[in-house]
Design a binder for this molecule. Structure first.
Ligand SMILES: [Zn+2]
Length: 456
């Protein structure tokens, strides 16, 4: 069989190894990896000139706000930002859209609203809220890749869960072979601290961080892990910011608890001083941490103790950020990050701290595909896997300007930063969707994915 595409003369990266060679593609699938500069017959041959060829980035945590809040982001803009960031598959959260995906009907409503819009492939999270345990099976049958629950308050239409629903949800995750992902912060302690700090008249940026301290996160981590242990359920802790939480996960893993843990590039790229300087664009929950904590988090990443790195891309209209300039409580919390996350990890991880490209691929492509039931269709260079590929110029230095963002609202905490490592081309199922700063495919090319494997 003659191949469709041969990407040659690259630095091929897999979870296990990195070598000089190329990737052969036919019918949108990986056929084989080849070492060296061998001639292979193909319709199209691209010499990537020693640039890095990575399995496409799988971002398991984005908010694209559709339906109902398309004016915040939407699938078209959000997926283009993803493609520009080297992301070939995104998994979208059930909240910050109206209605949130908390039952089968609302999920199908979302799918109808977002179809024919994405330029990359995508899957959906279902929601776990205070009163929808009976809906989890229906969501699972529709192929949601996990259920998202908030242990602290997240807004009026997505009710946080208490221990009863967390327990029940984890039981269901075991029965269904699915996963519960939690936002882990203590509602009671963060609320108490926020009221106390606001009572003192504080509106400064540090006030936000002080209201959501590391210990409030650790308590929730440990409580969630405890219920995962009791139930035998499958737990994933999203956007962890603290090393102590990751150590708690590591200990639980040793005891046989089914738990995995995510962190985000912004908790590794920025610290609390950056938040004070940047302001609302860098407001998020949990908040950015002090430098000492950031370095401890890096140590966990480099030691292989973190399972996934995801963007938690959570944009909003610029006005919802600006209104918090002088009163941080007024700003929307969420960082526009899907487009910058790979460059951020290349800059601070690979170049600055010696993170191997194989580890990066494991945390940003293979593991998310595995945990959320899409492996090896996604997150892999195995023969037969989808030909999803991110080509990166590792040595290119460049500065992100707002006008380069594909997001609907061109603001981000990452604007103005200089990165080392640039996404040059993004390929989904054998077709180029982004190249040299431009989207090269029509909206609607991206396909819906469903969980295909049970959580082991
Ligand atoms: Zn999120």
């Amino acid at each position: 069989m003659k191949a469709d595409l041969y990407l040659k003369n690259g630095l091929v990266v897999t979870e296990e190894t990195t070598f000089h060679g190329g990737v052969v593609i036919a019918d949108g699938k990986i056929i084989e990896l080849v070492a060296g500069n061998n001639d292979i017959a193909a319709q199209e041959i691209i010499d990537v000139q020693r640039k890095a060829i990575l399995p496409g980035i799988v971002d398991d945590h984005v908010h694209f706000n559709e339906p109902g809040r398309e004016h915040w982001e939407g699938y078209q803009a959000g997926s283009m930002a993803a493609a520009a960031g080297g992301v070939t598959t995104f998994m979208e959260m059930p909240l910050n859209a109206t209605p949130p995906s908390i039952d089968r009907e609302k999920l199908l409503h979302k799918r109808e609203a977002v179809k024919n819009q994405s330029v990359v492939d995508y899957a959906h999270w279902g929601g776990l809220v205070d009163n929808n345990l009976v809906e989890l099976e229906g969501l699972h049958e529709e192929g949601v890749i996990a259920f998202k629950g908030f242990m602290s308050e997240s807004g009026v239409d997505f009710k946080r869960i208490n221990d009863d629903v967390l327990y029940g949800g984890l039981v269901k995750s075991r029965e269904l072979g699915n996963v519960v992902g939690v936002h882990a912060e203590s509602e009671y302690v963060t609320r108490f601290l926020a009221e106390e700090i606001q009572g003192n008249g504080r509106t400064d940026r540090r006030a936000w961080s002080e209201s959501r301290p590391p210990f409030a996160e650790l308590e929730a981590d440990k409580r969630a892990i405890y219920w995962a242990k009791v139930t035998g359920g499958n737990l994933h802790i999203v956007h962890t910011t603290i090393a102590e939480g990751i150590h708690a996960v590591a200990k639980a893993k040793q005891e046989g608890v089914n738990v995995t843990v995510e962190t985000c590039p912004h908790y590794l790229f920025f610290d609390n001083d950056d938040f004070v300087r940047i302001g609302p664009a860098a407001k998020c929950a949990p908040p950015l941490r002090e430098r000492e904590e950031v370095e401890k988090l890096w140590a966990c990443v480099l030691a292989g103790m973190v399972d996934t790195i995801a963007s938690d891309h959570s944009p909003c209209p610029t006005t919802d950020k600006v209104r918090g300039n002088d009163n941080i409580w007024q700003a929307w919390g969420g960082i526009t990050g899907v487009q910058a996350m790979l460059p951020a990890m290349l800059t601070e991880g690979v170049h600055k701290r010696g993170m191997s490209l194989s580890l990066l691929v494991k945390l940003m492509s293979a593991n998310p595909a595995r945990i959320f039931g899409l492996y090896p269709q996604k997150g892999s260079f195995l023969p037969g896997s989808d030909a999803d590929i991110t080509i990166v110029d590792l040595d290119k230095s460049w500065t992100l300007i707002a006008e380069d963002l594909f997001s609907r609202h061109q603001q981000s905490a990452y604007v103005g930063y200089t990165f080392k490592g640039q996404v040059e081309r993004t390929i989904v199922r054998g077709n180029t969707v982004f190249e040299d700063g431009k989207i090269t495919i029509q909206p609607g090319y991206g396909q819906l994915l469903k969980r295909t494997t049970s959580k082991p």
